[in-house]
Design a protein around this ligand. Structure first.
Ligand SMILES: *[C@@H]1O[C@H](CO)[C@@H](O)[C@H](O)[C@H]1NC(C)=O
Ligand SMILES: *[C@@H]1O[C@H](CO)[C@@H](O)[C@H](O)[C@H]1NC(C)=O
Ligand SMILES: *[C@@H]1O[C@H](CO)[C@@H](O)[C@H](O)[C@H]1NC(C)=O
Ligand SMILES: *[C@@H]1O[C@H](CO)[C@@H](O)[C@H](O)[C@H]1NC(C)=O
Length: 490
């Protein structure tokens, strides 16, 4: 196409696009740090945080811990001035520690993951009749050698008593502690009962069972008087939390940021030496097509899951003297964080990508905040009147927290570790003349337990007028129909 024609086409396209009310997302680049410095990721040293235990010493609490990220706790919590009244809290967190995913396991993984006596709960329960009194059913993985496929499907499963993935005993303990810590901060401030009340609180999970496994522990800590509660869930064909709704434009942007971008392919090429060492130990083929060589995700998951559970780094099956060293593992951890920063913050298209990828969840959040502010309850398909809601808790994934941080344009991106948490707190404050009941509303967003620093004009989101936050959403995600159209635009 001649250049002039191209320009006309582009102008027509833009006019059409803005005619739909789609948001034009401004990208505010993150600050420079070792995380988004590729030279440091490749040639630097040390791990970008704690990778060996869920425990962070109190004095260091707040620093990155991949095994158990910092969250809101009484010890570090900053209470706003007394004229600010807490009206509503919405928490979103990543699930806690787990075994690796089956796709990320290499040789004989099963040998070092034992889940004997521990397994996910399944079953069904009714609120009515005899169906209300049922038995919890716990799954226990087992194998029987009479089934000849047992040893044929892949070494990762031989002798396994786990589901891959499955929240581990330690991950379950971390989930309980997480719930207890949140309860200690919010129960009194929001007047939450020791038992779960679906009129004022909601627990939301994704279609991936590990989020419900975390809920088992979290609810024990948050609402200790409850036994058996209802968690809400959207269909996997449009779930906004995981998220799983289809967004063609987001998928295109993702490719243009990762496998279709020079920067991405260059970082993989620059890491060829590291890949050669890892492949030699794991036995993964250098020409593998299962994702071991398109990012460091699989190696990162595989190594960090072991280290977080106090297990040794893996060795070659044929030669126990050839093992992954701590230096190699640390380099994988630095590169993994570099990849998340590039994908969700540094790449110029990352803000638009994140807004499309997580826009639906953001719009649901905005509607709840708006209803609290206006004192009205909109949304005909809601299970409970939004007006009464005080506390909503979402249990999700790194694939949920990352686009949310990308949408908020956090100033220093990291790969959200286990239990990573973002909290939205809505406050009100008297704003009319003395004796009037006029109130103004403010939002505080906490990341890792502290007000989040963004690169946007919102700066640190610490008691920002909520209308400014709404304007930011309007300028990035736009309306519901604008989001839908933008996702389906060619
Ligand atoms: C890392 O160090 C190696 C060897 O010193 C060097 O060849 C390479 O250019 C360095 N990579 C970067 C990205 O600085
Ligand atoms: C990136 O890291 C390298 C190695 O530590 C350092 O020499 C360089 O100054 C850093 N670059 C920036 C922009 O900070
Ligand atoms: C880790 O990698 C090893 C070797 O490639 C594999 O057998 C194992 O299943 C992986 N484990 C996890 C949890 O991904
Ligand atoms: C172990 O040795 C066998 C035979 O040489 C080879 O086929 C296999 O790939 C090796 N496994 C690993 C993990 O290196």
């Amino acid at each position: 196409m001649p250049i002039q024609l191209q320009l006309v086409a582009a102008a027509v396209f833009l006019a059409f696009f803005s005619g739909l009310g789609a948001a034009e997302v401004v990208h505010y680049p993150p600050t420079s740090s070792n995380i988004n410095n590729l030279t440091f990721a490749l040639n630097g040293s040390g791990a970008p945080g704690i990778y060996s235990s869920s425990k962070t010493p109190d004095k260091q609490y707040g620093q990155y811990n991949w095994c158990n990220m910092p969250h809101v706790r009484t010890r570090e919590y900053k209470t706003p001035p007394p004229d600010y009244n807490l009206e509503y809290v919405e928490v979103i967190q990543r699930h806690h520690k787990r075994t690796p995913y089956a796709s990320n396991t290499f040789f004989k993984e099963s040998v070092c993951w034992s889940c004997a006596g521990q397994g996910p709960l399944y079953g069904i329960k009714s609120n009515r009749g005899i169906g209300a009194v049922v038995t919890d059913i716990q799954w226990q993985a087992f194998q029987d050698a009479q089934n000849p496929w047992t040893t044929k499907v892949g070494p990762g499963f031989v002798g396994s008593t786990c589901q891959f993935p499955q929240i581990t005993d330690q991950g379950l303990e971390d989930s309980i502690t997480h719930g207890q810590d949140l309860r200690a901060v919010y129960a009194q401030r929001l007047n939450l009962n020791p038992y779960f009340n679906p009129a004022t609180s909601r627990i939301r999970v994704t279609n991936n069972v590990i989020t419900s496994q975390v809920a088992s522990g979290l609810v024990k800590g948050l609402f200790p008087a409850s036994a058996g509660i209802e968690a809400i869930i959207q269909s996997s064909s449009f779930d906004s939390l995981e998220p799983t709704y289809s967004c063609n434009k987001a998928s295109q942007l993702k490719s243009s940021i990762t496998t279709g971008s020079q920067v991405w392919n260059d970082h993989l090429a620059a890491a060829a030496g590291l890949y050669a060492k890892l492949d030699a130990i794991s036995g993964i083929s250098p020409s593998d097509t299962a994702g071991w060589h398109t990012s460091f995700d699989h190696y990162y998951d595989n190594l960090s899951a072991k280290q977080c559970h106090g297990k040794a780094l893996p060795c070659n099956l044929n030669s126990t003297s050839s093992c992954v060293t701590q230096d190699i593992a640390d380099t994988v951890y630095r590169l993994g964080n570099w990849e998340y920063s590039w994908q969700w913050r540094d790449a110029p298209q990352s803000a638009q990508y994140a807004a499309l990828k997580y826009g639906a969840w953001v719009l649901e959040l905005k509607n709840k905040l708006q209803n609290k502010v206006s004192g009205q309850s909109k949304g005909t398909h809601d299970l409970t009147p939004v007006l009464q809601l005080k506390y909503v808790h979402n249990i999700a994934h790194d694939g949920s927290i990352s686009p949310l941080l990308g949408f908020l344009q956090i100033s220093k991106m990291v790969w959200p570790g286990m239990g990573s948490e973002v909290v939205f707190e809505l406050y009100s404050k008297a704003s009319g003349a003395y004796g009037s009941d006029k109130r103004s509303y403010f939002i505080r967003v906490l990341w890792s337990g502290q007000p989040i620093q963004t690169s946007t004009p919102l700066g640190t989101i610490d008691l920002v007028p909520v209308d400014k936050f709404f304007s930011y959403i309007d300028s990035t995600v736009g309306s519901s129909s604008a989001l839908f159209n933008a996702c389906n635009a060619q």
